[in-house]
Design a protein around this ligand. Sequence first.
Ligand code: SF4
Ligand code: SF4
Length: 191
Amino acid sequence: MKHSMTPKQFFQTVLFGEIWEAMKVTWRHMFHKPMTFQYPREKRIIPDAHRGALCLLRYEDGKERCVGCDLCEAACPSRCIKVISEEDKSLPLERYASEFYIDITKCVFCGYCVEACPVNALAMTKMYEFSTHDKRTLLFDKKRLYDVGERHLSDAKKYLYAHNLEKEGDESRAYRYHFPESIKTVQSSTE
Ligand code: SF4
Ligand code: SF4
């Protein structure tokens, strides 16, 4: 069967057309701003709502915010939080978390525990550099969680603001969960 080349096919073959076509992509990218970061020398700007390592927070006077209520433990879908609470002997009826553990190897960084906390004792930070050869060091205890909170306090506060958890007044109340009106009516009629 006779096969003849069109002039276009002839020039494509003689001038290696496919190679020049492919080189166009290379040249186009030579004039683009690089997309890669030279980590760890260069670091990305992390948004305030980023879900990084968890931490525990204190009030301005240094008092621990956590009241050991266990709501974060109940909300955690990975079952990686363990809270042991005790009564504060100096303040009857007040409780605190005597022990607090988060197994970061199981954490999926969903942020449910932060949402569940009624006193904003938990927050997430922009800290993501905690890789290790020994995964036992990724069982964060209470001391380590407070340490992370102290070192990343401003990012933790920004996280709470970004997720509408640490706002004052009406703005905060509008975000928080409210029981439906029918339940409120039943409660007030039984009081
Ligand atoms: S971020 Fe999610 S998975 Fe991690 S401890 Fe909190 S609730 Fe559990
Ligand atoms: S961190 Fe918050 S939700 Fe968890 S035990 Fe403490 S007060 Fe309760």
